[in-house]
Each structure stands twice: as structure tokens, then as C-alpha cells.
Design a protein around this ligand. Sequence first.
Ligand code: AMP
Ligand code: ZN
Length: 478
Amino acid sequence: MELRLYDTMTKEKQPFRPLDPAHVRMYVCGPTVYDFAHIGNARPVIVFDVLFRLLRHLYGETHVTYVRNITDVDDKINDRAARDYPELPLNEAIRKVTEQTGAQFHADVDALGALRPTVEPRATEHIEEMRAIIERLIANGNAYVEQNHVLFAVGTMPEYGRLSRRSLDEMIAGARVDVAPYKRDAMDFVLWKPSKPGEPSWPSPGGIKVEGRPGWHIECSAMAWKHLGEQFDIHGGGIDLVFPHHENEVAQTCCAFHSDRMAQVWMHNGFLQVEGDKMSKSLGNFVTIRELLGTDTFGERRWPGEVLRLAMLRTHYRSPLDWTVAALEESKKTLDSWYDIIGDDTPATGALDESVAAALGDDLNTAGAIARLHALASEIRAASGPVATDLRRKFKQSAMLMGLLHGTQKEYRASDPQALLIDRSAVDALIDARKAARTRKDFKESDRIRDELAAMGVVVKDGKDANGNPVTTWEVAR
Ligand code: AMP
Ligand code: ZN
């Protein structure tokens, strides 16, 4: 199977050839941890998780290094910390915010079935590398010190703008650049800036006497360098990051290391909107992953993480995606029916379906792969005996390449907060009926009810209370 990927830099789909044929290196820009992640943030997480899985399949699990950073130094984090913990010193408050938000992010993306990246570096743990790159840029004549800031001099890099293919005017408009007094040219961007009192601060590069903190773009150049080297294979993120973030990363890395490229392939996911509108807090259509999963509160419609994943993968990653309740309903129906086919005991063994693999290899054509799975599902429904069994295995194996059908039907049902909501009273009623059956020594009936509960994904536990009286409790099977 051949892997072809679309490269934002060349605007072409090309066969993928890693620099080291035996080891693939990928960097994806991760979250800035100051609030709950929204469903738009889930798109790069899921898209690049599918790519990670595919690369692991092609090159071997231990032959892919996937780095996704955590940005834990940022103005938005500082503001949030001051707002939520006014009584704490700012640095402590910041630590609380980043720890909490980081843990929430992990819980959310785990529920979406995303594998953890190989390395998850934090910006604050790579200040040394950032300073080292900045010193090189100053020494190479690409950066200058002005009023305790260090700036990248865009005019020193003739290829600046190659990734985003913008004219200088467009860049200025797009970046809404400040014409700050410490900038020699409006396009120059900050590598390092002085910290305000109480803000996180580190010893500055470039002979600057006051302490400071890094700009956003330098963080990714430093973390990618530390964990993947001066050049690596794939750099990814959302389309909004092409300019200025990735353009500036390229400028920093290439000028610091005198190289002509940072990544072999640049990949960007399209933007997600909600029911046809741009997602925004002011429009009231801002949706967090957590709300959709129903992890916080019960009450409205909630969805299993796997349904969110399938809904995300129905659209090709480079296209804009319209996030709608209708698409979620449809994805839920699809997964319900697929799990009916797979049940609880289809092993994940056997060959992959060639067409599913080929679709994914064609620049992650997940929509094509899903269409093929629908066709396979029909074949399975029409088949019987060992033929059907083999097809089921192939079906599961192929879906798993996209992070779908990872668990058993029981686990899938247990992950549906809505089902749990509806079923809670039904479960209690069955537990009561079972108790009554046991009291009248109708053990056949009590066993039948236990099995019925088990089929719903509920485990019954008989025990004794403090007074030695029998009690029955239940929990959702894990
Ligand atoms: P941020 O925390 O805003 O820097 O975003 C983290 C990641 O989510 C980046 O790769 C963004 O490009 C991506 N992202 C943010 N909003 C959306 C959206 N509405 N649709 C798709 N990707 C998004
Ligand atoms: Zn980045």
C-alpha cells in the first residue's frame, strides 16, 4: 500500500518518503491550556491520530515518533489564572490552570479514542532550547535586540511567505500586526519579550538584562528540534496556523540551522463550523468536547466519544466540516449497526480490507474508507458461517485503523451517556425484580435477569451490608 500526502508547501499530493526510511517523525501543534477544548480543537487531534495509526501500521509501532506539544505559557493562561485564583501568587495560579486544563484535555481526547502522542512536551520545559535558537538567530544576523525584545527580521529571509504564499500586503493585513516601537519592520515578529511583574519569567537571551518570556512561534521550533531534530517528516495543525504560526516556525528553524526546510510535508486540517455558522462564544454555538460527551452534567443529548470521532471522519480532513446534530444522529446509527455486526467477541485479527487501507493511504480519504466499511457491512449481513466470521474480523481490523470499533459492543454501550440516562431507571427496576425473584427462590428467573442486565453492559454485585443483610449493587461493565 502506498501512502500519499498533500503538502501545503508544494500544494501537491506526493508519495510519502520519510527522511529516515525506518523511522517517521511527526510534529503537531497542540493546545494552549487555559480552558476546555472545543470540538474544533478535536479535529486535528482525531485527524492526526488517524495518520499516527496508519504510520504505525506501515512502519511498525515503535518506528513512529509523534510529538504534540502543550503550550503552557501564554497571555490567555495568565488572564485566566488571575481571574480564577486572585488570592494566589500568579505563578502558582498559572500552574493550577495549566494542570487542570491539561488533565481535562487528556480526559477528553482519551474519550475520543486518540492514542497519546509519543512525546507531549511542555513549552515551559524547553526554555533552554528556545534561548539557544534565539542566540543562533542573533549570531546569524536574522534577529535583533530592541527595547528588551528580540525580534526576527523578516527581511533577512528571502523565502519568507513560501508556505502561506502571501504577498507582504496580505501578510500584514492577515496578521493584524502591531506597529510596535521596538520593531524595525512591521512584519518582524517577537521571539522573546520582557515579562511584566508577577508573570512567568526566565533569564533572557541576547544579553538582555531583564527577565522575559518566549513568543509563541519559537516554542514549537524549539520543541520540534529537541524531540525530532533540525529536519523531520510531517508537521501538522489546523489551517489557521499556516500564517503566521507555521510560516514563522519555518523562518526560525531554517535560519537557525541553515537548512532549506523544516518538515518534508506540511499538513493542515480544514476548519469546523457548527450548524453552518462559525463557532463563537458570542453566537452561542460554542461546543466543548466535554459537553458533547456529557462528562460534566446529565440532561441534554450526549454522545459516545466514538460517535464524535466517526462524525469527524465522514468529511475529508482538508475540507471545511459542518458539525451538525443530524450528522451525529447518523453517525450514532451507523455505529450502533456496526456494533450489532461485531458484537462482543470478534477478534481483531486477520487481514485488513485492501480498499479501506488504500483509501486511507490516499491522503487520509476517511470518507472513502467509511463508504467501503458500509459496503463490507452489507456483505457481512448477507453472509453466514465461517465466511461471515472472516469478514467480521476484517471489518473490525479495518475500522480500527481509523480508531473505530476499538472496544466491544458492551463497552460502546457503556460509553453512551444517553443510554445510561434512559436505562438507569430500567436497571433499577430489573434489580428490584431480581431481588423479588430471589426472595421467592426463583433462581432461574433471577439468573435470567442478571443475564439481561449483563447484555445491557451492567454488572450485578451481590454482597452484604454492615448488618449482614443481602444488598445488590450494580455498575457499568468496563
Ligand atoms: P488553539 O488551542 O486555538 O491554538 O488550537 C489548537 C488546535 O485546534 C490548532 O491546531 C487549531 O488549528 C485547531 N483548531 C482551532 N479551532 C478549530 C476549528 N474551528 N476547526 C478546526 N480546527 C481548529
Ligand atoms: Zn506550533
